[in-house]
Design a protein around this ligand. Structure first.
Ligand code: NAD
Ligand code: IPM
Ligand code: MN
Length: 367
């Protein structure tokens, strides 16, 4: 049988920098655990635009459809701000999500003990935190029609449409209930049913799906109140399910509970393929961080944790995923820190590649 296949799309800014560290980890699993992957690499975002005049070449799209998992770094940057909307780097990422139909975006926010002091919230608020945000990723206001900028009278109007079908809500709700069943059996659904019809439908459909999961305790919250509760007492949550835009905002907020945006991984999952595994793309939640790109300051942990999610969700290697997460924990316990996590006494500042090397040492120690 051939090895499982991975397509790496490093992208822009710090994307290639953090992906180089993931490469080290993939090589380590091949050399030390005899877990081999067929790895290929291609362009996405601004890098693809520079080469082909499009943020995602059709050939790259076809490759992404054919592999077992895609790993993506980040896209975007100020250099591309002037481009027409249709060829902006972000369009490449959105096309991948849409055409691969990756409707369920898992964004875990876990606070590593060693970082509990670093969060901008009090230590007892975040210590031991382990929540999972399930963000709908292929519909809602990101994709709804009509959209555009039109002339109306003597001025322009910007239009986007929030739109959800019952089946779109149902499938993401189901994925969240399934996750809740494997965790603490608590699910909080967030929308704004007080002001949006799509929110009313969202609440109705999620409630309907809950009948298939009687063991899961379901609650509903308006998304604005949810944002407040995430900062006030995040440990009240286990799994949160929400729409595309609210999920984007809430997951960035949740990232800061863990200390840095450089710590938060994600898995974007679709329907099962012939082999029973979901179609999948793994990407850190952070962007291309143009303010620190090229300086060796980026924290590669979010991207490496995204690979750990790939081991777990695409390759049935949950034990190896745990090994990798434990190695990261060990490194943080030793006080090894990239620039985004400095500020405490007694920590050792390292570069992006220094962090990758420290994780490899901890992986060796795990054998
Ligand atoms: P960003 O996530 O790139 O950066 C926000 C802040 O967090 C910056 O100060 C940055 O230095 C810091 N940061 C982010 N990741 C870090 C890491 N790994 N280590 C250390 N610090 C880190 O968000 P932004 O500045 O709003 O967006 C920049 C560009 O990235 C934009 O073009 C945006 O569209 C794009 N973006 C892409 C993705 C993606 O590819 N998935 C996600 C978000 C933003
Ligand atoms: C994210 C990003 C993307 C989004 C952008 C870059 C398209 O912010 O993955 O969170 O808005 O979904
Ligand atoms: Mn975002």
């Amino acid at each position: 049988m051939s090895n499982p296949s991975i397509l790496i799309l490093p992208g822009d800014g710090i994307g290639p920098e953090v992906m180089a560290e993931v490469r080290k980890v993939i090589t380590w699993f091949g050399d030390k655990r005899d877990i081999q992957f067929d790895v290929s690499e291609d362009l996405v975002g601004g890098a693809a635009y520079d080469a082909h005049g499009t943020p995602l070449h059709d050939d790259t799209m076809a490759k992404a459809q054919a592999v077992d998992a895609v790993l993506l770094g980040a896209v975007g940057g100020p250099k591309y701000d002037v481009l027409d909307f249709s060829v902006k780097p972000e369009r490449g990422l959105l096309r991948l999500r849409k055409e691969m139909d990756l409707f369920s975006n898992l964004r875990p926010a876990q606070c590593f003990d060693a970082l509990a002091d670093f969060s901008s919230l009090k230590k007892d608020v975040v210590a031991g935190l382990d929540i999972m945000i399930v963000r709908e990723l292929t519909s809602g206001i990101y994709f709804g029609e009509p959209r555009g900028i039109i002339e109306e009278g003597n001025e322009r109007v910007g239009i986007n449409t929030q739109r959800y079908t019952e089946s779109e809500i149902e499938r993401v709700a189901r994925s969240a209930f399934e996750l809740a069943m494997r965790r603490d059996k608590k699910l909080c659904s967030m929308e704004k049913a007080n002001v949006m019809e799509s929110g009313i439908l969202w609440r109705e459909v999620v409630t309907e799906v809950s009948k298939d999961y009687p063991e899961v305790e379901l609650s509903h919250m308006y998304a604005d109140a949810g944002a407040m509760q995430l900062c006030r007492w995040p440990k009240q949550f286990d799994v949160i399910v929400t729409d595309n835009l609210f999920g984007d905002l809430l997951s960035d907020a949740a990232a800061m509970l863990t200390g840095s945006l450089g710590m938060l991984p994600s898995a974007s999952l679709g329907a099962p393929m012939d082999n029973g595994r979901p179609k999948a793309m793994y990407e850190p939640v952070h962007g291309s961080a143009p303010d620190i790109a090229g300086e060796g300051k980026a924290n590669p942990i979010a991207c490496i944790l995204s690979f750990a999610m790939a081991l777990r969700y695409s390759f049935d290697l949950g034990d190896e995923a745990t090994r990798l997460e434990s190695a990261i924990n060990t490194v943080l316990e030793k006080g090894v820190r990239t620039a985004d996590l400095l500020g405490e006494e007694g920590v050792t500042p390292v570069s992006t590649s220094g962090m990758g090397d420290a994780i490899i040492v901890a992986l060796d120690e795990s054998l």
